[in-house]
Write a protein that binds this ligand. Structure first.
Ligand code: GDP
Ligand code: FO1
Ligand code: CA
Length: 323
């Protein structure tokens, strides 16, 4: 079977690692091209002349088994020699760490982009180094970096999502999240095919606003999900009214979405009623919400959806494959 997953960085990456493992256990082979991750590129940014793709790198590092699990982002065993030098020169952002190992990916990527390779070709070239067991596709080859609209002293300003997220930790109330140019962006090569030929489409437990949001806003992607013959299944990123980690709660409030598993389900909507989902997985802690989801016309599935380690992620993905 072919499985296509829409995903952001760390939350989605945990699930995709589990999905790769569960697929291999169930079908007796590594999924490789049978699992396609369509990854958010809204987090991407230029910094000191380098192109960073945090969500692409989070998925690649997690599948390669070289991610820093404690910190949640970047490479494990990282050092910060270059970052300290950049700070010394007053270059880049003083609040933003560019790890030495991580910089290898940024330099390689930027070099290839300057040689004329597309964003998705570059993602494949980087991925080729590792035995990932899944395919990584950036949602688009166009730069559509997410901007956050904030109000300072009564006037509205935009800042890059990474500045809002890492410098201010989401503490500045966000009025809106925008992706300038996205109306003219196209899905990268293979994205629509991966959706229309999938046997199942999954919405990873990623940030619905700033990770899944930009993917669905890329022209053609939402329609491809809605019109797919495959079942569409989502996993809630909200457990017991809280984001497991990160600031999905703050992002949801900006859109006026209730911070709850049923709030996220209603935000995605039910396919039979003009939305996206056929199935939604919620945590045992939210079991009381299951009847509400059924009222939305959704198939609700209740189990533990908290992935504390790789074994729990694999169990969760095995349950998803069984639906
Ligand atoms: P980011 O791009 O690095 O922020 O990662 P994602 O957008 O892919 O995922 C972030 C979301 O993952 C957050 O909203 C978390 O609530 C959610 N998340 C993280 N870990 C888990 C988990 O173990 N289980 C579930 N259900 N959600 C999780
Ligand atoms: N997150 C931080 O909180 N602080 C950092 O200094 C930081 C550096 C960084 C460098 C490269 C990269 O790919 C990701 C990095 N992140 C950092 C994580 C990232 O800002 C966010 O967690 C995600 O973009 C949100 O999805
Ligand atoms: Ca992200």
């Amino acid at each position: 079977p072919r499985i296509t997953v829409l995903t952001g960085g760390v939350g989605g990456a945990k699930f995709i690692v589990g999905l790769r493992n569960a697929f291999a256990a169930r079908f007796g082979e590594r999924p490789d091209s049978a699992i396609t991750a369509i990854v958010n590129t809204g987090d991407d940014l230029w910094l000191s002349g380098l192109r960073l793709q945090p969500d692409i790198d989070s998925v690649m590092y997690a599948l390669a088994g070289i991610n820093d699990r404690e910190r949640g982002w970047g490479r494990k065993g990282e050092s910060e020699v270059v970052s300290a030098e950049l700070r010394g020169y007053g270059a880049a952002w003083p609040w933003f760490v560019l790890g030495d190992l991580d910089l290898g990916a940024h330099i390689a990527r930027t070099g290839w982009l300057r040689e004329g390779w597309t964003v998705s070709q570059v993602a494949s070239k980087l991925a080729a180094r590792w035995d990932l067991g899944a395919r990584i596709l950036p949602m688009t080859d166009t730069e559509v970096d997410t901007e956050v609209v904030v109000r300072v002293d009564g006037t509205e300003h935009s800042m890059h999502f990474q500045e809002w997220w890492t410098r201010y930790r989401g503490s500045m109330p966000a009025l809106a999240f925008e992706n300038p140019g996205i109306d003219r962006a196209e899905p990268s090569a293979g994205v629509i095919d991966a959706l229309s030929t999938a046997d199942a489409i999954l919405l990873a437990p990623s940030n619905p606003v700033v990770s899944i949001g930009p993917i669905l806003r890329t022209p053609g992607i939402r329609e491809a999900v809605v019109h797919s013959a495959a079942p569409v299944l989502g996993i809630s990123p909200i457990i017991g009214g809280r984001a497991v980690r990160g600031m999905a709660d703050t992002c949801l409030r900006t859109l006026g979405v209730d911070v709850s598993a049923d709030g996220v389900a209603a935000h995605y909507g039910t396919r039979t009623r003009g939305g996206l989902l056929d199935h939604f997985l919620i945590d045992d802690a939210d079991a009381a919400l299951a009847p509400l989801l059924s009222d939305f016309g959704l198939h609700a599935h209740v189990r533990s959806i908290w992935m504390r380690d790789e074994a729990e992620a694999t169990d969760l993905a095995a349950a998803v494959l069984g639906i």
